[in-house]
Design a protein around this ligand. Structure first.
Ligand code: NDP
Length: 333
């Protein structure tokens, strides 16, 4: 099997030279482990943080070693009573390689009849669950409220918008191209959307929310956060999911200059990490599986073929090449 190593740490925007494709022997599982052939692997924004040698909620990737991340595939050998050969599984650590060996407890079985295998890395996987706990548990939108989501055409943002519609909210999203704006309005049924590259975010946002914002789900940070603070209604909630506009920054970026508005407006700003919310996984799979079947949420992805293209997929995702979840397909069937 082949795998991708981190050769050097990126400075600013990641480049292809920091990655290395390496031939490796297919590992043998030992007691309690499974060998999985990956069908799809995920490239995610949080991986950019792990490429830096800094302390965070997940440890940095090690130089000269295989990267890791989410993947979905089929068990080819099992030395655990939890899985049998042929089972489809999803896990958070076996990515960036064609074959992965890991303790069975790193994997969860998936039901390919609920959605395609790839959906378990998107709407039925970590990004979908991020949208679910972030919007519903932290943002707590009520019917009739207004919701703004930044990074709306991506894996998390698209699902946030659809969930806001399910909850009876008026939802507006921002994204980085006119084609993505059209996708949000037409496919995902956002009430409105705008291209944040076509003018100051504060101006587009003021037009989109003449009545103000109740819930802001922020994937982007920076200018988006400052603009939204200016338009939040009293007692509004800001869900701090990510700040991708700052992940390539080489020096600390200035905070929103108007943060003190949170005082007078009695705002709640709350960050969260999806992996802390495992107790919601069963609810998430039941609800999201149901909504997917009913067509109320969509399985949207951008797929790149071949492990050798995984670095490009990651670099492209960081630049906005994807609509929905960015995935790398390793097995064509
Ligand atoms: P996406 O599928 O949204 O892909 C990333 C997108 O970010 C790109 O498509 C691009 O879209 C956008 N982007 C890149 N640079 C900028 C910029 N400078 N300004 C605005 N947008 C930019 O990724 P995910 O859905 O996987 O992740 C979305 C966010 O959620 C990230 O911030 C991520 O870190 C966070 N996250 C947080 C989790 C948690 O537990 N808190 C868990 C999972 C994700 P465009 O064309 O619109 O610019």
């Amino acid at each position: 099997g082949r795998e991708i190593h981190l050769k050097s740490r990126p400075k600013g925007e990641p480049t292809p030279e920091i990655f290395e494709l390496v031939e490796a022997a297919v590992p043998e599982p030992t007691d309690g482990q499974v060998l999985v052939r990956n069908h799809f692997m995920s490239v995610d924004p949080y991986m950019r943080g792990r490429m830096n040698d800094t302390k965070s909620y997940v440890p940095p990737f090690k130089l000269g070693e295989v990267l890791d991340g989410g993947s979905v595939g089929q068990v080819v050998r099992s030395r655990s009573p939890d899985f049998k050969e042929g089972d489809y599984v999803v896990g958070g650590t076996g990515g960036w390689r064609e074959y992965a060996v890991a303790p069975a407890k790193h994997y969860q079985k998936v039901d390919p009849s609920v959605g395609p295998l790839s959906a378990y890395l998107g709407v039925l996987g970590m990004p979908g669950m991020t949208a679910y706990v972030g919007l519903l548990d932290i943002g707590k939108p009520a019917a009739g409220e207004t919701v703004f989501v930044s990074g709306a055409a991506g894996a998390v943002g698209g699902v946030v918008g659809e969930l806001a519609r399910i909850k009876g909210c008026r939802v507006v999203g921002s994204a980085g191209s006119d084609a993505k704006v059209k996708h949000l309005r037409e496919q995902l049924k956002f009430n409105d959307a705008f291209n944040y590259k076509s003018g100051p975010v504060a101006e587009s946002l003021a037009k989109a929310f003449p009545e103000g914002i109740d819930v802001f789900f922020d994937n982007v940070g920076g200018e988006h956060l400052e603009a939204a603070l200016g338009l939040m209604k009293n007692h509004g909630r800001i869900v701090l999911c990510g700040a991708i506009s700052q992940y390539n920054a080489t020096a600390p970026t200035p905070g929103p200059r108007n943060l003190m508005l949170a005082v007078g407006k009695r705002l709640t700003l709350q960050g969260f990490i999806v992996s802390d919310h495992g107790d919601r996984r069963a609810d998430f799979l039941r609800d999201m599986g149901g909504w997917l079947r009913e067509g109320k949420v969509s399985d949207v992805s951008t797929i790149v073929d071949g492990l050798d293209k995984a670095p490009d997929a990651f670099i492209g995702m960081m630049r906005g090449d994807n609509t929905g979840k960015m995935l790398v397909r390793l097995v064509k069937d």
